[in-house]
Design a protein. Structure first.
Length: 230
């Protein structure tokens, strides 16, 4: 299964035929020029559960997709960045995070195998395992107390951070800004996360980051996080 974020394309531009030819079923929610999320499944068709995060009917941004795939519930999410902060964008980020925490609790309480995967736009700690150096990021929305508190509240529900379960202390960054030679210097951040419910955490066998993708020609500034379930 693959969870994608920041498609930056309307629904009509989604490359369904190419994905089907590659053996993947797909569910997606597009939006012109920004946002957009998708869930792909090799040899299966994801069954849509919901296309929006509950709690705000006025929220029309394509940031959340939830599906059933082969007995699992899979969520692809793209949490708001929140910059600049303070300000209305940061307020929206915190409100979205609060809604996510409420919905995550309801999913966890089902006892079903659930994976919450995507760009959470939060650096969990100031430690070198999560960020190369905090000096130039102190005022960034990714490091502020409010989103970090929301992240910890979700973990406190019982969710397992797959990367940290397998690699407790390793610097496994997922994002390198295009500016200031941050990729060549390995000046990265860990902001893309996969959280597993108790049922999935019990059968987690491996997890990592495909860092080499960030070095491709014209790459994304993110690298894929992956998880293997036994």
């Amino acid at each position: 299964m693959v969870c994608l974020q920041e498609l930056k394309a309307p629904d009509a531009k989604f490359p369904l035929a190419a994905l089907n030819n590659a053996g993947y079923g797909a569910l997606w929610r597009g939006q012109p020029s920004s946002n957009g999320v998708a869930i792909l499944a090799r040899g299966a068709q994801p069954i849509e559960i919901r296309r929006e995060l509950p709690g705000d009917p006025a929220d029309i941004e394509a940031r959340y997709l939830e599906a059933a795939v082969d007995g699992l519930i899979v969520v692809s999410l793209y949490l708001p960045n929140g910059n600049p902060q303070p300000g209305p964008k940061f307020d929206r980020k915190n409100a979205w995070f609060a809604r996510m925490a409420l919905h995550a609790q309801s999913l966890f309480e089902t006892g079903l195998p659930v994976a919450l995967a995507g760009d959470w736009n939060v650096v969990p700690t100031d430690g070198v395992a999560d960020i190369y150096d905090t000096r130039s990021w102190r005022d960034d929305a990714l490091l502020q107390p409010e989103p970090r508190a929301a992240w910890r509240s979700i973990l406190a529900q019982g969710w397992v951070d797959a990367i940290r379960r397998v690699h407790p202390d390793a610097p496994l960054y997922t994002f390198w800004d295009y500016l200031r030679q941050r990729w060549p210097r390995d000046a990265g951040l860990r902001i893309d996360h996969v959280l597993l419910s108790a049922a999935l955490a019990e059968v987690l066998s491996d997890a990592g980051v495909d860092k080499a993708c960030r070095g491709w020609e014209r790459p994304s500034d993110h690298a894929p996080v992956w998880v293997t379930i036994a």
